[in-house]
Design a protein around this ligand. Structure first.
Ligand code: APR
Length: 313
């Protein structure tokens, strides 16, 4: 069986880690594409990783480029092209700059990679993935956004730190937009099958929810120059792997909703099944009144950003 081809559009902080993970997991051959100004950098990163494959014992070809012809026929396209946050910025502050970049990328991917499973990471996530799909016109199951996997991973990590238990045994989900309005659902969090609500007092749970909502900002402040990159890379590669291996993992992703959760025409974070058919199914969770109100609040924030995107593309 021929190897799969993975195009990473954007070879910055996240793109570099993604390339390493793709190689280590032998998901396929990797093409890292960036703007001509940093072509040397992405060629260097690709070669650096290629030179690690012998000692690591994994087979994958890696290349860097600024020429979209090189991503032709990719099976998976992951987009981080864009500008990350600096301290003091919200994700929505990136919209003006990043919508232009997403437009450029989407026009190229539409021509070069019809049929690819596309994962968007560029922020503000929910409106950027909306814009990408608007331009490509790709089927909704083949375009999704990476946010919920990361937000959920953060939530699970904080629970495992608080209880000092293996993170493997913490299951959880986070709904909504990728921003401070996101909706972690402690009611559905379990630790080895035991409800979190039986293991921690409410104020501890509230603190974990609050930290999850601001987890990206916490990292931005600490790094001082750029945003989180290891965890977004790992999260997006989990999605790509589930698609390429038809694992049918249940992962919270920004998915295009057409009636699910009574939402129509927007991308929003919800649990989905990712398999060989891309986003094969949106799983609908029954929400309490309070959770529903939080989701509506998050949707309203996403709607505002989408309005801005619609004005521009
Ligand atoms: N085409 C291709 N690549 C581009 C383009 C473009 N038009 N414009 C910018 N890029 C590249 C940059 O040159 C840079 O190498 O995108 C890369 C982004 O990398 P970083 O600046 O290191 O940012 P990163 O941390 O990887 O995050 C990228 O993901 O989490 C989001 O908010 C974050 O939108 C940001 C994106």
């Amino acid at each position: 069986m021929a190897r799969k081809k993975i195009a990473l559009i954007g070879g910055g902080q996240i793109g570099g880690v993604q390339a390493l993970l793709c190689a280590q997991k032998e998901l396929g051959d990797v093409v890292v594409l960036d703007i001509p100004a940093v072509e040397g950098t992405v060629k260097g990163k690709a070669l650096d990783i290629a030179e690690s494959t012998a000692i690591g014992g994994y087979d994958a070809k890696l290349s860097g480029t600024s020429d979209y012809a090189d991503i032709e026929g990719s099976d998976v396209v992951i987009v981080t092209a864009g500008v990350p946050r600096k301290p003091g910025m919200s994700r929505d502050d990136l919209l003006d700059v990043n919508v232009k970049i997403i437009t450029d990328v989407a026009n190229q991917v539409r021509e070069r990679c019809p049929g690819a499973f596309c994962i968007i990471i560029t922020n503000p996530l929910d409106s950027m993935v909306y814009g990408f799909r608007k331009i490509t016109g790709f089927p909704k199951n083949m375009v999704c956004g990476m946010a919920g996997v990361l937000d959920t991973s953060r939530f699970r990590s904080f629970v495992s730190m608080e209880l000092d238990v293996s993170v493997e045994d913490v299951a959880a989900t986070v709904l909504g937009g990728h921003g401070p309005t996101m909706v972690p659902l402690p009611r559905l969090c379990t630790v080895g099958g035991i409800p979190l609500t039986e293991l921690l007092p409410q104020e501890k749970i509230d603190a974990i929810v609050a930290r999850t909502r601001e987890a990206g900002t916490e990292i931005v402040k600490l790094l001082g120059n750029g945003s989180a990159f290891f965890s977004p890379a790992v999260s997006s590669i989990a999605m790509a792997e589930s698609y390429l291996k038809d694992k049918k993992r249940v992962l919270p992703c920004a998915a295009y909703l057409e009636g699910e959760y009574d939402i129509n025409g927007y991308y929003l974070g919800v649990p989905v099944i990712i398999g060989a058919g891309g986003v094969e199914k949106v799983i609908e969770v029954k929400l309490t009144g309070e959770e529903r109100a939080l989701l509506d609040n998050s949707l309203n924030a996403v709607k505002k950003a989408v309005e801005e995107v619609d004005k521009r593309i």
